[in-house]
Design a protein around this ligand. Structure first.
Ligand SMILES: Cc1cc2nc3c(=O)[nH]c(=O)nc-3n(C[C@H](O)[C@H](O)[C@H](O)COP(=O)(O)OP(=O)(O)OC[C@H]3O[C@@H](n4cnc5c(N)ncnc54)[C@H](O)[C@@H]3O)c2cc1C
Length: 454
């Protein structure tokens, strides 16, 4: 894993830009170009986020107390309660703010200049079909700050060889420990047997008709996908079924991967002959203000996609030359907002290319050579994300990260402890605490509960 040299670069239009990262002093110098007061406030803002993140991180590796459970859950609830009681009142207030308020409200309290608010506020709408002024969006901002790379909190990184390299590394280690992995083995159904007290999982049936018998089945599928397509509904309580059907998915994301004949030439940071520069290796965010992001949200609600979307471009081939031939590049375009289901009966199968062109036009406004440099493009609308990866409604986090779907309530109150209404069936993916992201944490926690039951 290597770190990004700069965390973010935002072209702002009118040949202006902001670059954040490369150390506190460098960021302060950059922010001071827009507001000296904002630059002075940066250390206190970072400290506030770090303090709150430390509290939340402590809870990541805990199994949430299962509301309505037995003594074990009660002890767990007391343990969590004691942690909060130990915090000073100022930190408790920050915690409450970050869990309930909008990111926009918090950022408006801290800062006065648009560029730095846009830079920080972007994290609040990544994978979140919302405006930065939607209540609860501050938590999504915090969720993105919780990550770390090579032990460095709050940083973003790149896996050499691409994200697949992580799965390959995990697979290798698992193999050494005697784990057998089957791929291209789609599960059609979780097999159940009736017991005196209900149903128990006893294995899985694959699409090819073969069966694998097991004492326990552990699923990292989106909970909606698991319970609505792979489980006999008669085995699930009515209320559970109703609520899983209402489990909120749809992160507003539209994803593209592109191959480029040359690097983008941003008018605000042009380099001679498009020579690679640090800003090419950062998260390049095309969303110059919180107001712009809010308008993108208003558009999506009425039109199905934002007329002026939010686009983050990453060009991993600038830090990893295994990904493209010399001089050529690959980039990912993470675009927001789009609706999972288009209005007026329109289908993503008909609109995919048109919306991809809207994203390209957005990039061209800041980097006019972009469209012409695209050698090939791969497009994932929300429907494609669902069809290809089982991401229901294209939700990159297996369910919205809203307060009603977090901690003990992820995916549902009463099942926040990785157990399900079916004995022997567990969940271990992003649809459980603490939610989406490449962390391994849901799996770690689920394993502990499975071992406990065993
Ligand atoms: C476009 C995009 C960008 C992202 N960016 C980041 C990022 O920058 N940083 C970050 O930390 N996180 C990011 N995420 C989120 C992160 O990738 C996910 O949260 C994480 O991969 C979820 O892991 P998981 O094991 O819970 O589920 P998944 O990775 O979704 O794994 C579920 C697996 O189950 C398979 N499956 C589905 N149905 C069946 C079936 N019937 N039988 C057998 N297998 C089945 C699926 O194919 C899939 O491989 C991003 C996600 C997306 C989509």
């Amino acid at each position: 894993m290597i770190e990004r040299p700069y965390s973010n670069f935002l072209p702002l239009g009118d040949n202006e830009y902001i670059k954040v990262g490369g150390g506190l002093a460098a960021t302060q110098r950059e922010v001071a170009r827009f507001s000296v007061r904002d630059a002075e406030r940066l250390p206190a803002y970072y400290a506030m986020l770090e303090d709150v993140a430390a509290v939340v991180k402590d809870l990541l590796l805990e199994t949430p107390p299962n509301v309505g459970g037995g003594m074990r859950d009660l002890f767990q609830a007391v343990k969590v309660g004691k942690r909060f009681k130990a915090l000073d009142i100022s930190l408790r207030r920050d915690l409450l703010d970050l869990f309930t308020k909008s990111a926009g409200d918090i950022l408006d309290q801290w800062f006065e200049s648009d560029p730095i608010k846009a830079c920080f506020g972007f994290d609040s709408i990544v994978g979140n079909l919302a405006s930065p002024y939607t209540a609860g969006s501050a938590y999504v901002l915090l969720h993105h700050v919780l990550g770390e790379v090579n032990g460095k909190p709050g940083t973003w990184g790149h896996a050499l060889g691409g994200m697949g390299a992580i799965a390959v590394a995990l697979g290798k280690e698992a193999g050494i420990r005697g784990v057998e992995i089957s791929t291209s083995a789609a599960v059609k159904e979780v097999m159940l047997r009736e017991t005196k007290s209900g149903h128990e999982a006893c294995g899985v049936k694959l699409e090819d008709g073969s069966e694998i018998r097991a004492q326990r089945v552990v699923s990292n599928l989106n909970p909606k996908l698991l319970f609505r397509t792979l489980i006999n509904p008669l085995a699930l309580p009515d209320d559970f079924q109703k609520r899983i059907a209402a489990y909120k998915c749809g992160s507003g994301s539209f994803r593209m991967n592109v191959a480029l004949s040359e690097l983008p030439r941003f008018t605000c940071q042009a380099t001679p002959n498009n020579a690679p520069a640090p800003h090419h290796s950062s998260g390049i965010i095309m969303a110059p203000s919180l107001r712009y992001m809010e308008q993108a949200y208003f558009d999506v609600r009425s039109l199905g996609w934002s007329q002026q979307p939010i686009v983050e471009m990453l060009i991993p081939s600038t830090v990893d030359d295994s990904l493209a031939p010399p001089g050529k590049h690959v980039a990912s375009l993470f675009c927001q907002h789009v609706l999972p289901h288009l209005p007026n009966g329109k289908s993503w199968d008909d609109e995919r290319e048109r919306v991809a062109d809207v994203m390209f036009a957005t990039i061209d406004r800041y980097s006019p050579n972009f469209r012409a440099s695209v050698i090939g493009r791969q497009i994932f609308s929300p429907l494609d994300l669902e069809r290809t990866f089982g991401l229901m409604d294209g939700d990159i986090f297996h369910g919205a990260l809203t307060l009603d779907q977090l901690f003990s309530a992820r995916p549902l109150l009463g099942h926040g402890d990785y157990r399900t209404p079916i004995k022997g069936l567990y969940q271990c993916g992003s649809g459980t605490h603490p939610g989406g992201g490449v962390t391994g944490v849901p799996g770690h926690n689920a394993a502990r509960e499975i071992l406990h039951d065993r």
